[in-house]
Design a protein around this ligand. Structure first.
Ligand SMILES: [Zn+2]
Length: 284
């Protein structure tokens, strides 16, 4: 397993759909029903509010009624109908602490103290993450791509999504306006599973191969969620646990290792400035 290339290829290491889904599930168990007593913001750029709204003051007294996921965002819904969207980027973490916590979590920039003594912290070493407050009438919908684990992501819809698209298929999978939540790890893995070369122009892929890819996307995302996501560097979920899917990766980060299907050495090429791992023999 190669180390995560988070220095040279920073964009690839954001938690993808399975990691955010795992974080959200833990967070939902931990904070739904809690009321915010106070908010402390120690780095203003990370806590974003609508113009004229004071982030901390606006949230005092709000109750959390739901935690969900849209694309790679965690979405915290408040009793007033307002929402907090959280994008972790590379190193952001959401940490729930019990009343007996000795100290704030390291690199905490936004801390929600609840009325029962518990707290939720947004910590981020590299400060690329954001916690954004949306008004109740906000039409925010991430970047608009279809959720690949929803009923809207049908095989037919995906097959026709590739029609007339000259872009490399891997780049299309990473386009958040097309399919939500897929990043470098799951694009590489799904293309290997479907036996499709990452650089293949989308429109040239046969209908049966497109159907295979649709199935592979759903399969790889679901299997990763079942394993609580992939820990490639310092990802942990809201309960501080590492994922397990890094042990099930077939090609991602495995330069020179044998392909699990044919035994050929996995190769790495760069596509759209991102490392791309694949098997020359299995993927056409
Ligand atoms: Zn192979």
């Amino acid at each position: 397993m190669q180390p995560c290339e988070h220095v040279r290829e920073s964009k690839i290491c954001v938690p993808e759909l399975p990691e955010v889904e795992t974080i959200v599930r833990g967070l939902k168990r931990a904070v739904v029903g809690k009321t915010i007593a106070a908010v402390v913001v120690t780095m203003a750029k990370i806590a974003v509010a609508p113009p004229g709204v004071d982030f901390a003051a606006a949230l005092a007294g709000e109750q959390i009624v739901d935690v969900g996921r849209r694309a790679k965002f965690a979405v915290i819904t408040l009793a007033s109908g307002r929402r907090l969207t959280v994008h972790l980027r590379m190193t952001g973490r959401l940490i729930v602490q019990a009343p007996d916590a000795q100290a704030p979590y390291p690199y905490t920039h936004v801390r929600f103290a609840f009325t029962d003594g518990w707290s939720l912290s947004f910590a981020d070493v590299r400060q690329f993450g954001r916690v954004r407050l949306l008004e109740a009438d906000s039409a925010w919908d991430a970047d608009g791509g279809v959720e690949p684990l929803s009923e809207a992501f049908t095989c037919e819809a995906f097959v026709s999504m590739l029609d007339g698209r000259r872009t490399p298929v891997k780049s299309l999978l990473l386009d958040q306006a097309k399919v939500a939540g897929i990043g470098n790890i799951y694009a590489c893995e799904a293309l290997w599973e479907a036996g499709i070369r990452p650089t293949r122009r989308a429109q040239t892929i046969s209908k049966p191969a497109r159907r295979r890819l649709h199935g592979a996307i759903v399969d790889v995302l679901q299997r990763s969620i079942d394993a609580r996501g992939t820990s490639v560097d310092d990802y942990v979920d809201a309960e501080g646990l590492k994922g397990g899917f890094q042990n099930e990766l077939s090609v991602y980060g495995r330069l020179g290792e044998p392909c699990p299907r044919c035994g050929n050495a996995i190769v790495r090429t760069v596509l759209g400035q991102r490392g791309t791992w694949w098997c020359r023999r299995c993927q056409k």
